[in-house]
Design a protein around this ligand. Structure first.
Ligand code: FE
Length: 254
């Protein structure tokens, strides 16, 4: 399996703090059946700044350590970029790390809303040949309330990634249910761990695929797994036309 979203690099954000933490996560990933991970430290949040150069350096160091330890896992570059206005300037100065240096870029919204300028910035990214990947939309409270916000971004070419622990129910029944609705409405295109450690925020990737298979059958599982491959190799992903999620009618109104 391939994991396109993971905080495995040591000492950069709220993920692994030490090389020992990173190696423990690497072993857990291999045990879960993962063979490639895009390391995606937070970038441009209020607490963390990790420009591309730093990511590349740490990825090389971790790959060396993995080889020395004989752990069969490959780390690729990436970044989880908080959407911010000066995005283009940073991209032009080579501070932004796309997934495996190809054309997909992980984008994080603030937890409770979708910025109004998202649509415009996504348009800018797409004119540069990049595809924005909205990470864990199921954990954004405004998207949960108004899924149309997500629909309109996906309709215009963005793709999305649900988090494995959301799909398995480890982040609560409500988030799990909404994740299923996103899958059903073709509003999400792949699943990733967003693992931060081996305890409170672990991988759960194989369990998530099992859950998706139970709920939706093998075809979606294949599609999601292949999409992860396409994302790291910079190819077009599979996508079906997105459908709007119908809000529940308020009972007893009429
Ligand atoms: Fe993350």
């Amino acid at each position: 399996m391939i994991d396109i979203h993971c905080h495995i690099l040591p000492g950069l954000d709220d993920g692994a703090q030490t090389l020992e933490n990173s190696l423990a996560m690497a072993k857990a990933a291999v045990n879960d059946g993962i063979r490639k991970i895009a390391a995606t430290p937070h970038h441009q949040t209020s607490r963390y700044n990790n420009p591309k150069k730093v990511v590349v350096e740490k990825v090389n160091q971790l790959n060396d350590a993995l080889q020395k330890e004989g752990i069969p896992l490959e780390i690729l570059t990436g970044q989880e970029v908080r959407l911010f206005g000066d995005w283009e300037l940073e991209y032009d100065h080579d501070l932004i790390a796309t997934v495996n240096d190809k054309n997909y870029i992980l984008i994080e919204f603030p937890a409770n809303h979708v910025p109004n300028y998202a649509e415009h910035l996504f348009y800018e990214m797409q004119t540069k040949g990049l595809t924005p990947v909205i990470v864990h939309p199921e954990r954004n409270s405004q998207i949960v309330e108004q899924p149309d916000k997500l629909f309109s971004l996906v309709e215009k070419g963005a793709i999305t990634q649900v988090t494995a622990s959301s799909v398995t129910g480890d982040l609560g029944k409500k988030i799990q249910k909404f994740s299923f609705q996103l899958i059903e409405a073709n509003l999400t295109h792949c699943v990733a761990s967003d693992a931060h450690n081996t305890t409170t925020r672990p991988f759960h990737l194989s369990a998530a695929y099992e859950e998706i298979e139970r709920e939706f059958g093998t075809e979606i599982v294949y599609m999601f797994r292949e999409n992860a491959e396409y994302i790291i190799s910079g190819q077009m992903i599979y996508r079906e036309d997105p459908q709007p999620i119908k809000r529940k009618k308020i009972l007893g109104l009429f």
